[in-house]
Design a protein around this ligand. Structure first.
Ligand code: NAD
Ligand code: KPL
Length: 303
Protein backbone atom coordinates (compact mmCIF):
# COMPACT_ATOMS: atom_id res chain seq x y z
CA UNK A 1 0.00 0.00 0.00
CA UNK A 2 1.41 3.37 -1.01
CA UNK A 3 1.70 6.21 1.52
CA UNK A 4 0.89 9.53 -0.10
CA UNK A 5 2.47 12.33 1.91
CA UNK A 6 1.15 15.85 1.51
CA UNK A 7 3.50 18.47 2.90
CA UNK A 8 7.14 17.71 2.09
CA UNK A 9 8.23 20.04 4.89
CA UNK A 10 9.83 19.21 8.23
CA UNK A 11 7.72 16.38 9.65
CA UNK A 12 6.40 15.18 6.28
CA UNK A 13 9.95 14.93 4.97
CA UNK A 14 11.10 13.12 8.09
CA UNK A 15 8.34 10.53 7.77
CA UNK A 16 8.78 10.17 3.99
CA UNK A 17 12.53 9.52 4.20
CA UNK A 18 12.22 6.92 6.97
CA UNK A 19 9.33 5.07 5.28
CA UNK A 20 11.10 5.09 1.92
CA UNK A 21 14.38 3.72 3.29
CA UNK A 22 12.44 0.88 4.96
CA UNK A 23 11.15 -0.09 1.51
CA UNK A 24 7.60 1.18 2.10
CA UNK A 25 6.13 2.69 -1.11
CA UNK A 26 5.85 6.48 -0.68
CA UNK A 27 4.77 9.32 -2.99
CA UNK A 28 5.05 13.00 -2.16
CA UNK A 29 2.14 15.25 -3.10
CA UNK A 30 3.48 18.71 -3.90
CA UNK A 31 1.59 21.96 -4.15
CA UNK A 32 2.01 22.76 -7.86
CA UNK A 33 4.10 22.04 -11.00
CA UNK A 34 6.69 24.65 -9.96
CA UNK A 35 7.32 22.82 -6.65
CA UNK A 36 7.49 19.51 -8.55
CA UNK A 37 10.05 20.96 -10.97
CA UNK A 38 12.21 22.28 -8.10
CA UNK A 39 12.00 18.89 -6.37
CA UNK A 40 12.96 16.96 -9.52
CA UNK A 41 15.89 19.29 -10.15
CA UNK A 42 17.25 18.37 -6.70
CA UNK A 43 16.85 14.66 -7.42
CA UNK A 44 14.84 13.92 -4.28
CA UNK A 45 14.47 14.68 -0.61
CA UNK A 46 17.50 14.98 1.67
CA UNK A 47 17.37 13.97 5.35
CA UNK A 48 20.17 15.13 7.67
CA UNK A 49 20.61 12.98 10.75
CA UNK A 50 23.39 13.49 13.29
CA UNK A 51 25.35 15.44 10.68
CA UNK A 52 25.03 12.81 7.93
CA UNK A 53 22.90 13.67 4.92
CA UNK A 54 21.28 11.22 2.56
CA UNK A 55 19.28 11.83 -0.61
CA UNK A 56 16.08 9.81 -1.07
CA UNK A 57 14.75 9.87 -4.66
CA UNK A 58 11.11 9.50 -3.57
CA UNK A 59 8.59 9.76 -6.42
CA UNK A 60 6.49 12.91 -6.35
CA UNK A 61 3.37 14.30 -8.01
CA UNK A 62 1.03 17.28 -7.70
CA UNK A 63 -2.58 17.37 -6.46
CA UNK A 64 -3.68 17.16 -10.08
CA UNK A 65 -2.50 13.56 -10.56
CA UNK A 66 -5.60 11.39 -10.86
CA UNK A 67 -4.57 8.07 -9.29
CA UNK A 68 -6.62 7.16 -6.19
CA UNK A 69 -5.22 7.61 -2.68
CA UNK A 70 -5.84 4.92 -0.07
CA UNK A 71 -3.45 6.12 2.64
CA UNK A 72 -2.51 9.75 3.20
CA UNK A 73 -0.25 11.46 5.69
CA UNK A 74 -1.37 15.08 5.98
CA UNK A 75 1.77 16.82 7.16
CA UNK A 76 1.03 20.50 6.55
CA UNK A 77 0.45 23.19 9.19
CA UNK A 78 -2.92 23.24 10.95
CA UNK A 79 -4.03 26.36 9.06
CA UNK A 80 -3.45 24.63 5.67
CA UNK A 81 -5.00 21.27 6.57
CA UNK A 82 -8.66 21.81 5.63
CA UNK A 83 -7.88 23.30 2.21
CA UNK A 84 -5.29 20.59 1.50
CA UNK A 85 -7.77 17.85 2.43
CA UNK A 86 -10.47 19.44 0.25
CA UNK A 87 -8.07 19.58 -2.70
CA UNK A 88 -7.34 15.84 -2.42
CA UNK A 89 -10.94 14.78 -1.62
CA UNK A 90 -11.75 13.74 -5.21
CA UNK A 91 -8.76 11.37 -5.21
CA UNK A 92 -9.53 9.56 -1.95
CA UNK A 93 -10.63 5.94 -2.29
CA UNK A 94 -13.69 4.93 -0.22
CA UNK A 95 -12.55 4.20 3.36
CA UNK A 96 -9.16 5.88 2.83
CA UNK A 97 -7.00 6.31 5.94
CA UNK A 98 -5.69 9.80 6.64
CA UNK A 99 -3.15 10.45 9.36
CA UNK A 100 -3.40 14.04 10.61
CA UNK A 101 -0.07 15.24 12.01
CA UNK A 102 -1.23 18.75 12.96
CA UNK A 103 -0.44 20.20 16.36
CA UNK A 104 -3.20 21.75 18.47
CA UNK A 105 -6.91 21.13 18.04
CA UNK A 106 -9.58 22.30 15.64
CA UNK A 107 -8.03 21.45 12.28
CA UNK A 108 -8.66 17.72 12.72
CA UNK A 109 -12.44 18.19 13.08
CA UNK A 110 -12.46 20.56 10.10
CA UNK A 111 -10.70 17.93 7.96
CA UNK A 112 -12.94 15.09 9.19
CA UNK A 113 -16.05 17.15 8.36
CA UNK A 114 -14.72 17.69 4.82
CA UNK A 115 -14.03 13.97 4.34
CA UNK A 116 -16.90 12.05 5.99
CA UNK A 117 -16.09 8.81 4.12
CA UNK A 118 -12.44 8.69 5.20
CA UNK A 119 -10.96 7.24 8.41
CA UNK A 120 -9.20 10.15 10.07
CA UNK A 121 -6.45 9.13 12.47
CA UNK A 122 -5.31 11.96 14.76
CA UNK A 123 -1.65 12.17 15.74
CA UNK A 124 0.35 14.08 18.35
CA UNK A 125 4.10 14.19 17.91
CA UNK A 126 7.01 15.34 20.03
CA UNK A 127 9.58 14.62 17.32
CA UNK A 128 11.59 17.62 16.15
CA UNK A 129 12.59 18.49 12.60
CA UNK A 130 13.23 21.63 10.59
CA UNK A 131 13.71 22.60 6.96
CA UNK A 132 17.28 23.68 6.27
CA UNK A 133 16.43 24.39 2.62
CA UNK A 134 13.84 23.33 0.06
CA UNK A 135 13.39 19.55 0.37
CA UNK A 136 16.25 19.30 2.88
CA UNK A 137 15.12 18.29 6.37
CA UNK A 138 17.14 18.06 9.57
CA UNK A 139 16.06 15.53 12.22
CA UNK A 140 16.56 17.74 15.26
CA UNK A 141 15.06 15.93 18.21
CA UNK A 142 14.03 12.41 19.05
CA UNK A 143 10.49 12.09 20.30
CA UNK A 144 7.36 10.03 20.12
CA UNK A 145 4.16 10.05 18.10
CA UNK A 146 0.79 9.04 19.51
CA UNK A 147 -1.81 7.96 16.96
CA UNK A 148 -5.45 7.13 17.43
CA UNK A 149 -9.10 7.29 16.59
CA UNK A 150 -10.98 8.37 19.73
CA UNK A 151 -12.50 5.29 21.44
CA UNK A 152 -10.88 2.81 19.02
CA UNK A 153 -8.80 0.25 20.98
CA UNK A 154 -7.65 -1.82 18.02
CA UNK A 155 -4.51 -0.52 16.33
CA UNK A 156 -4.57 -0.92 12.53
CA UNK A 157 -2.25 -3.47 10.94
CA UNK A 158 -0.52 -0.78 8.84
CA UNK A 159 1.26 0.51 11.96
CA UNK A 160 3.77 -2.20 11.01
CA UNK A 161 5.01 0.21 8.33
CA UNK A 162 5.93 2.71 11.06
CA UNK A 163 7.65 -0.01 13.09
CA UNK A 164 9.65 -1.08 10.01
CA UNK A 165 10.57 2.57 9.40
CA UNK A 166 11.78 3.05 13.00
CA UNK A 167 9.25 5.81 13.68
CA UNK A 168 8.69 5.73 17.47
CA UNK A 169 4.93 5.55 17.95
CA UNK A 170 2.07 4.11 19.96
CA UNK A 171 -1.63 3.68 19.33
CA UNK A 172 -4.05 5.14 21.88
CA UNK A 173 -7.84 5.01 22.21
CA UNK A 174 -7.68 8.41 23.93
CA UNK A 175 -5.83 10.55 21.41
CA UNK A 176 -7.85 13.62 22.45
CA UNK A 177 -6.26 13.47 25.91
CA UNK A 178 -2.78 13.54 24.30
CA UNK A 179 -3.71 16.43 22.00
CA UNK A 180 -5.31 18.45 24.83
CA UNK A 181 -2.33 17.89 27.11
CA UNK A 182 0.13 19.04 24.44
CA UNK A 183 -2.10 22.00 23.61
CA UNK A 184 -2.09 23.01 27.28
CA UNK A 185 1.72 22.69 27.52
CA UNK A 186 2.12 24.77 24.37
CA UNK A 187 -0.36 27.41 25.64
CA UNK A 188 1.47 27.73 28.98
CA UNK A 189 4.90 28.11 27.38
CA UNK A 190 4.90 29.28 23.76
CA UNK A 191 2.99 32.61 23.90
CA UNK A 192 4.97 33.77 26.95
CA UNK A 193 8.28 33.03 25.23
CA UNK A 194 7.11 35.23 22.35
CA UNK A 195 5.90 38.07 24.55
CA UNK A 196 8.99 38.02 26.80
CA UNK A 197 11.25 37.28 23.80
CA UNK A 198 13.08 34.52 25.64
CA UNK A 199 14.14 30.89 25.46
CA UNK A 200 11.91 28.40 27.30
CA UNK A 201 14.23 28.60 30.34
CA UNK A 202 13.68 32.37 30.46
CA UNK A 203 10.17 31.69 31.80
CA UNK A 204 11.72 30.81 35.16
CA UNK A 205 11.72 34.59 35.66
CA UNK A 206 7.91 34.65 35.40
CA UNK A 207 6.74 31.94 37.85
CA UNK A 208 3.51 33.71 38.80
CA UNK A 209 2.35 34.15 35.21
CA UNK A 210 3.16 30.50 34.40
CA UNK A 211 1.34 29.26 37.52
CA UNK A 212 -1.76 31.36 36.78
CA UNK A 213 -1.96 30.10 33.18
CA UNK A 214 -1.52 26.48 34.31
CA UNK A 215 -4.37 26.84 36.83
CA UNK A 216 -6.69 28.24 34.14
CA UNK A 217 -5.62 25.62 31.57
CA UNK A 218 -6.21 22.83 34.11
CA UNK A 219 -9.71 24.24 34.79
CA UNK A 220 -10.38 24.30 31.04
CA UNK A 221 -9.23 20.69 30.61
CA UNK A 222 -11.46 19.55 33.47
CA UNK A 223 -14.52 21.33 32.04
CA UNK A 224 -13.74 19.91 28.60
CA UNK A 225 -13.95 16.35 30.02
CA UNK A 226 -10.15 15.95 30.07
CA UNK A 227 -9.55 15.62 33.82
CA UNK A 228 -6.68 13.16 33.31
CA UNK A 229 -4.92 15.55 30.93
CA UNK A 230 -5.17 18.23 33.64
CA UNK A 231 -3.29 16.19 36.26
CA UNK A 232 -0.05 17.83 37.42
CA UNK A 233 -0.08 20.18 34.43
CA UNK A 234 1.87 22.85 36.31
CA UNK A 235 4.51 20.30 37.37
CA UNK A 236 4.97 19.09 33.81
CA UNK A 237 5.14 22.62 32.43
CA UNK A 238 7.94 23.40 34.90
CA UNK A 239 9.75 20.18 33.94
CA UNK A 240 9.47 21.03 30.21
CA UNK A 241 10.73 24.57 30.88
CA UNK A 242 13.76 23.08 32.67
CA UNK A 243 14.28 20.23 30.18
CA UNK A 244 14.15 22.55 27.15
CA UNK A 245 15.60 25.64 28.87
CA UNK A 246 18.10 26.38 26.08
CA UNK A 247 15.55 26.05 23.25
CA UNK A 248 13.32 28.62 21.64
CA UNK A 249 9.70 27.42 21.47
CA UNK A 250 8.27 26.63 18.03
CA UNK A 251 6.07 29.74 18.20
CA UNK A 252 9.02 31.93 19.13
CA UNK A 253 10.92 30.52 16.12
CA UNK A 254 7.97 31.16 13.80
CA UNK A 255 7.61 34.79 14.94
CA UNK A 256 11.38 35.41 14.79
CA UNK A 257 11.37 34.19 11.16
CA UNK A 258 8.28 36.22 10.25
CA UNK A 259 6.22 33.06 9.71
CA UNK A 260 2.55 32.54 10.43
CA UNK A 261 1.89 30.81 13.77
CA UNK A 262 -0.67 28.13 14.64
CA UNK A 263 -2.22 30.46 17.29
CA UNK A 264 -5.80 29.68 16.20
CA UNK A 265 -5.31 25.97 16.94
CA UNK A 266 -3.51 26.47 20.27
CA UNK A 267 -4.31 29.49 22.47
CA UNK A 268 -7.14 30.60 20.15
CA UNK A 269 -8.75 27.17 20.40
CA UNK A 270 -8.36 27.14 24.20
CA UNK A 271 -10.12 30.52 24.54
CA UNK A 272 -12.90 29.59 22.10
CA UNK A 273 -13.57 26.36 23.97
CA UNK A 274 -13.58 28.15 27.34
CA UNK A 275 -16.20 30.57 26.01
CA UNK A 276 -18.27 27.70 24.61
CA UNK A 277 -18.18 26.03 28.04
CA UNK A 278 -19.18 29.26 29.81
CA UNK A 279 -15.81 29.50 31.61
CA UNK A 280 -14.21 32.85 32.36
CA UNK A 281 -10.42 32.59 32.12
CA UNK A 282 -9.04 36.15 32.33
CA UNK A 283 -5.36 35.17 32.21
CA UNK A 284 -5.76 33.19 28.97
CA UNK A 285 -7.97 35.88 27.38
CA UNK A 286 -5.44 38.55 28.26
CA UNK A 287 -2.59 36.40 26.91
CA UNK A 288 -4.45 35.90 23.61
CA UNK A 289 -5.10 39.63 23.33
CA UNK A 290 -1.44 40.50 23.99
CA UNK A 291 -0.21 37.82 21.58
CA UNK A 292 -2.53 39.05 18.81
CA UNK A 293 -1.30 42.64 19.30
CA UNK A 294 2.29 41.40 19.16
CA UNK A 295 1.66 39.45 15.92
CA UNK A 296 -0.32 42.28 14.32
CA UNK A 297 2.50 44.73 15.06
CA UNK A 298 4.80 42.44 13.06
CA UNK A 299 2.37 42.04 10.15
CA UNK A 300 1.60 38.41 11.04
CA UNK A 301 -1.88 36.82 10.95
CA UNK A 302 -3.67 36.91 14.32
CA UNK A 303 -5.82 33.83 13.59
P1 NAD B 1 6.43 22.76 7.56
O1 NAD B 1 6.00 24.17 7.29
O2 NAD B 1 7.88 22.46 7.71
O3 NAD B 1 5.88 21.82 6.39
C1 NAD B 1 4.58 21.91 5.89
C2 NAD B 1 4.64 21.68 4.39
O4 NAD B 1 3.31 21.56 3.89
C3 NAD B 1 5.31 22.82 3.62
O5 NAD B 1 6.30 22.27 2.78
C4 NAD B 1 4.15 23.39 2.78
O6 NAD B 1 4.57 23.91 1.54
C5 NAD B 1 3.31 22.15 2.61
N1 NAD B 1 1.92 22.39 2.20
C6 NAD B 1 1.00 23.20 2.77
N2 NAD B 1 -0.16 23.14 2.10
C7 NAD B 1 0.05 22.27 1.07
C8 NAD B 1 -0.77 21.80 0.01
N3 NAD B 1 -2.04 22.20 -0.14
N4 NAD B 1 -0.23 20.92 -0.87
C9 NAD B 1 1.05 20.51 -0.74
N5 NAD B 1 1.87 20.90 0.25
C10 NAD B 1 1.37 21.79 1.13
O7 NAD B 1 5.59 22.29 8.82
P2 NAD B 1 6.00 21.20 9.92
O8 NAD B 1 6.96 21.82 10.88
O9 NAD B 1 6.36 19.91 9.28
O10 NAD B 1 4.63 21.08 10.72
C11 NAD B 1 3.54 20.28 10.28
C12 NAD B 1 2.65 20.06 11.51
O11 NAD B 1 3.38 19.25 12.44
C13 NAD B 1 2.33 21.36 12.25
O12 NAD B 1 1.01 21.33 12.76
C14 NAD B 1 3.32 21.38 13.40
O13 NAD B 1 2.89 22.10 14.55
C15 NAD B 1 3.43 19.89 13.72
N6 NAD B 1 4.67 19.52 14.39
C16 NAD B 1 5.88 19.89 13.85
C17 NAD B 1 7.04 19.53 14.51
C18 NAD B 1 8.40 19.88 13.96
O14 NAD B 1 9.41 19.63 14.64
N7 NAD B 1 8.51 20.43 12.77
C19 NAD B 1 6.98 18.80 15.72
C20 NAD B 1 5.73 18.44 16.23
C21 NAD B 1 4.58 18.82 15.56
O1 KPL C 1 6.32 21.73 21.95
C1 KPL C 1 6.95 22.70 22.30
C2 KPL C 1 7.08 23.80 21.31
O2 KPL C 1 8.03 24.56 21.35
O3 KPL C 1 6.18 23.88 20.44
C3 KPL C 1 7.50 22.78 23.70
C4 KPL C 1 8.97 22.50 23.68
C5 KPL C 1 6.82 21.74 24.56
C6 KPL C 1 7.23 24.11 24.32
O4 KPL C 1 5.86 24.32 24.44
Amino acid sequence: MTWHILGAGSLGGLWAARLARAGVPVRLVLRDPAALARYRALGGLTLVEEGDSHLYPIPAETHATDTPIQRLLLACKAYDAEAAAAALAPRLAPGAEIVLLQNGLGSQDAVAARLPRAHCIFASSTEGAFREADFRVVYAGRGHTWLGIQGEEQAPAWLDDLRAAGIPHQWTADILAKLWRKLALNCAINPLTVLHDCRNGGLRAWPGEVAELCAELAALLEHAGQAEAAEDLHGEVLRVIDGTAANYSSMHQDVARGRRTEIAYLLGHACTQAERLGLTLPGLDDLLQRLREHLAARGLPVT
